[in-house]
Design a protein around this ligand. Structure first.
Ligand SMILES: [Fe+2]
Length: 386
């Protein structure tokens, strides 16, 4: 089957991307070029412990005044964004730098909204709810990854209702993204594995979501190839700079893909789990990805076959290639040591609630095959059985 593209689309990428060894050392110069005088660096304690803040902050000396907010938690919480915004306001920040994995970057995006515009993260939930100018943002990812350094989205946990909500707006896109593979060399194997599968999921969902367009399809498919051929090496030999570079690039492309398309049911389910159980996002995706792909197969056979071939499967028949691709993803997850659904200790009585939260996620409508609460419940039950 061949594809014919007969509709229109729109592509915007407001972020300048600078990729390469040592580019994080250019931060000071980048900030000067943006005209920044007082900079708030949003990060977390793990990044500081790993010595990454010191490395990056060196280039700021004598150039700009900066302060650090390191209070971002995993699955970034609404309270983190409010605390960060209070610090930004107090110091009169005119620019924000996000340094870290997806959590500090997503939190920093909301700090950029709240500091000048006020309110709470919840006020900006949904699509294009940001009216007015945000603080300019520079992103420096330290994992490969969420792709959040180039996306227009932020996912935040509501700590009262224990669910994750997202906001999408081109206004929260970074002005500059500095992607330095050296910063990812010290990421431990378990994090490399789970964030790597998160990136793979972005690529596959970005490519196959109903909201996709040709650029998102192209970069998504290429990202699948880069990630699938480097993830095992990056997990088992973390000091392999080549593998780390390809993973960071794959994560970037995955981010571009899904932010110009959408994520789909894997993320809807993973975000429900992350919100209720505070479970690691990448791990949830890794567990759920093959189950959702099996469900989607009747509607996504051709694209899943291409995904499989991008992962190195040699098979001409689309159906067989797609099935082999799903098996390969299961095998990859095992090979890189990702645990099973059981490790999340999900209670059976919570499955109904998880299914409902998944159905309510705005990306449900982007899934290549229609799905409702009942469909989600069945998938959760299958995953729960293992
Ligand atoms: Fe994700």
């Amino acid at each position: 089957m061949t594809m014919s593209f007969m509709s229109s689309f729109d592509f915007i990428l407001p972020t300048r991307i600078s990729f390469g060894l040592g580019v994080s050392g250019e931060l000071g110069r980048e900030l000067e070029a943006l005209g920044a005088k007082k900079v708030l660096i949003v990060t977390d304690k793990g990044i500081i412990k790993a010595g990454l803040l010191d490395r990056v902050a060196k280039s700021l000396e004598g150039k700009v005044h900066y302060e650090v907010f390191d209070g971002v938690e995993a699955n970034p919480k609404d309270r983190n964004t409010e605390e960060g915004a209070a610090v930004a306001r107090e110091m009169g920040a005119d620019c924000v730098v996000a340094l870290g994995g997806g959590s500090p970057i997503d939190a920093a995006k909301v700090v950029c909204i709240l500091a000048p515009l006020g309110g709470r993260a919840q006020d900006y939930k949904g699509k294009e709810k940001v009216k007015g100018e945000c603080l300019p943002l520079v992103t420096i990812p330290t994992t490969a990854g969420t792709g959040s350094e180039v996306t227009f989205a932020s996912v935040i946990t509501d700590t009262e209702k224990n669910y994750k909500f997202s906001m999408r707006s081109t206004k929260i896109a970074a002005k500059v993204a500095l992607l330095d593979p050296e910063l990812t060399l010290t990421v431990p194997p378990a994090v490399t594995a789970s964030t790597g599968i998160d990136a793979l999921t972005h690529a596959i969902e970005g490519y196959t979501a109903t909201a996709t367009e040709p650029i998102a399809e192209a970069v998504g498919l290429y990202a699948v190839e880069m990630i699938a051929s480097n993830i095992v090496e990056a997990v088992h030999h973390g000091d392999n700079l080549g593998a780390r570079s390809e993973m960071l690039l794959g994560s970037l492309l995955g981010g571009i893909s899904f932010s110009h398309s959408d994520v789909a049911s894997v993320h809807c389910m993973a975000e429900s789990l992350g919100g209720m159980y505070d479970a690691p996002h990448g791990l949830c995706n890794a567990i759920l990805l093959p189950f959702v792909m099996e469900y989607n197969l009747p509607e996504a056979e051709y694209k899943y076959a291409r995904v499989a071939r991008a992962m190195g499967i040699k098979e001409d028949d689309d159906r067989r290639a797609a099935v082999l691709g799903i098996e390969k993803i299961r095998a990859l997850s095992k090979e890189i040591g990702l645990p099973s659904f059981r490790s999340l200790n999900v209670k059976e009585e919570d499955l109904e609630k998880l299914a409902l939260l998944s159905e309510e996620n705005m990306s449900t409508e982007s899934n290549p095959r229609k799905i409702d609460r009942k469909g989600y419940l069945e998938l959760f039950k299958k995953a729960h059985k293992g």
